[in-house]
Design a protein around this ligand. Structure first.
Ligand code: TYR
Length: 279
């Protein structure tokens, strides 16, 4: 089993660890535009060797786990180079631009567009986590466009990593994910900004962060190189979610200015049902 992982960061590295655990004889080769990531991945045992795109025709599996702006450019070239039975999977956080980038490619049937909803706020090969995908949702888009036999092989690998598969249309994925993921990241970044700008004393922030701040602001540690292209590709949906969020913030501020504590209580109580949704 020959696997090539393009982009050996948190997700690429975690996939590598799972494949190694499940298929000890697999040969995992890495490609990354950052030489130091490849060296680190070798040191950590995530990959067995470095390779180049010229070897993609020999691969059984190609995992593309690069920032989404790079993915749209790279995927057609990857598909140009692979063999007839190679399975190519991407893991990008947006799906519509990626599906569009490959829609007319003659090797479209070798490709699986997916989004494993797993990760942490950290990035790079050192952030790879074994078993990261256990019980995590993986959204697959346009599965009918992948050759049936390759679908079956891919699903069996993904399920063996513990993933729970869901199917969704790319546009619908991008709309839902704007709410449950992209907005959370923006809200963490801007919460962090608000606090950092006011609380100039880092020691104060550190000492008092035990409250809710630390967990609420966690995502503000995320990589700008990963997130800028996500926001760019999902701009329309993200702007819409931001407008709704900003309206809610303004509404809350007005209730407070008007001393309407009953309404504030009710607002919070109605959102408490998140306890049942996420427990
Ligand atoms: N970084 C997120 C977290 O730490 C997880 C995540 C982010 C998962 C983006 C998927 C994704 O597309 O919770």
């Amino acid at each position: 089993m020959k696997v090539v992982i393009i982009g050996i960061g948190l997700i690429g590295g975690s996939i590598a660890l799972d494949i190694k655990r499940l298929h000890p004889n697999a040969e995992i080769a890495g490609i990354d535009n950052r030489e130091e990531h490849l060296d680190r991945a070798l040191e950590l045992g995530l990959i067995d060797c470095k390779t180049t795109v010229e070897t993609l025709n020999e691969a059984d599996w190609v995992i593309v786990s690069v920032p989404v702006n790079t993915a749209v450019k790279l995927l057609p070239e990857v598909l140009d180079r692979i063999g007839d039975q190679t399975i190519v999977m991407d893991v990008g956080s947006t799906k519509n631009p990626i599906c569009e980038a490959v829609q007319n490619h003659p090797k479209r049937r070798n490709f699986i567009a997916m989004h494993p909803i797993a990760g942490t706020e950290f990035s790079g090969p050192q952030a790879a986590v074994p078993g990261l995908f256990q019980d995590k949702t993986n959204i697959i888009c346009e599965v009918e466009k992948t050759a049936f036999l390759l679908q079956e092989k891919a699903l069996s690998l993904l399920v063996s990593m513990g993933m729970r598969i869901r199917y969704m249309e790319p546009k619908s994925h991008d709309r839902h994910i704007a709410y449950v993921s992209h907005l959370s990241h923006i809200s963490a970044f801007m919460l962090g900004k608000t606090v950092i700008e006011k609380e100039k004393n880092e020691r104060d922030i550190f000492d008092m962060a035990g409250s809710g701040f630390e967990s609420t602001v966690r995502l503000a540690k995320s990589s700008p190189a990963m997130w800028t292209p996500i926001f760019q590709q999902n701009k329309t949906q993200v702007v819409e979610t931001l407008e709704e969020y900003i309206a809610n913030l303004v509404h809350f501020k007005e209730l407070l200015q008007n001393d309407d504590y009953e309404a504030i209580f009710n607002e919070m109580e109605s959102v408490n049902k998140i306890r049942e949704i996420l427990n």
